[in-house]
Design a protein around this ligand. Structure first.
Ligand SMILES: C=CCO[C@@H]1O[C@H](CO)[C@@H](O[C@@H]2O[C@H](CO)[C@H](O)[C@H](OCc3cn(Cc4cccc(/C=C\CN=C(N)N)c4)nn3)[C@H]2O)[C@H](O)[C@H]1NC(C)=O
Length: 133
C-alpha cells in the first residue's frame, strides 16, 4: 500500500497540497483524507479504466467503515505517466478539490469533520510531496 500520514492536524480553511507521479499504464489511484482509515471525509478515486469507469473521477466518503453514496465528476485532467499537483481545502460543509488545468469541484463534508488528520494513497500514484499550509 501507499504512503500513510497521521496526526496532520489540518484545520478548516488550511490547504493540503499533494504532488505525485501517476504511473504509466495507470488504471486507478486513490487519495483518502479524513480522521482515520474507517472515517474518510474524501475518498478521491480517479479511474483511468477500472470497475467499468473510463477516465472518471469517483468520490465517496466512509463513516465508521460504511461507504456513502458515490459522486462522479465530469472533468478528468489526468494523464498516465505524468506528475500532478492537487490541492484540498475543507470547511464545515464542503471540501474543495483543485485539480490541474484549473478544474475545481466540491464534495460534501458528510462527516462534518473539523480537522483532517489522516491521508493515504493507494494504487497507481506515488506521492512525492505533501504541503500543509
Ligand atoms: C456497477 C456495479 C456495482 O457498483 C460498483 O461497485 C463497486 C464495488 O463496491 C464500486 O467500486 C468501489 O467504489 C468505492 C468507492 O465508492 C471504492 O473506490 C472501492 O475501492 C476501495 C479501494 C481499493 N483500494 C486499493 C486500490 C485502489 C486503486 C488501485 C489499486 C491497485 C492497482 C490498480 N492498478 C493497476 N491494476 N494497474 C488499489 N483503495 N480503495 C471500489 O471497489 C464501483 O464504484 C461501483 N460502480 C458504480 C457505477 O456504482
Amino acid at each position: 500500500c501507499g504512503i500513510v500520514c497521521t496526526n496532520m492536524g489540518v484545520k478548516a480553511g488550511k490547504r493540503i497540497g499533494v504532488k505525485g507521479e501517476i504511473a504509466a499504464g495507470a488504471k486507478s489511484f486513490v487519495l483518502n483524507l479524513g480522521k482515520d482509515q474507517a472515517n474518510v471525509v474524501l475518498h478521491f478515486n480517479p479511474r483511468f479504466d477500472a470497475h467499468g469507469d473510463v477516465r472518471t473521477i469517483v468520490c465517496n466518503s466512509m463513516d465508521k467503515g460504511e461507504w456513502g453514496a458515490e459522486q462522479r465528476e465530469s472533468a478528468f485532467p489526468f494523464q498516465e505517466g505524468t506528475n500532478v499537483e492537487m490541492f484540498i481545502t475543507h470547511d464545515p460543509s464542503n471540501l474543495t478539490i483543485a485539480l490541474p488545468n484549473n478544474h475545481q469541484f466540491k464534495f460534501p463534508n458528510r462527516l462534518g469533520l473539523q480537522v483532517i488528520d489522516f491521508l493515504n494513497a493507494e494504487g497507481d500514484f506515488t506521492i512525492k510531496s505533501i504541503q500543509l499550509e
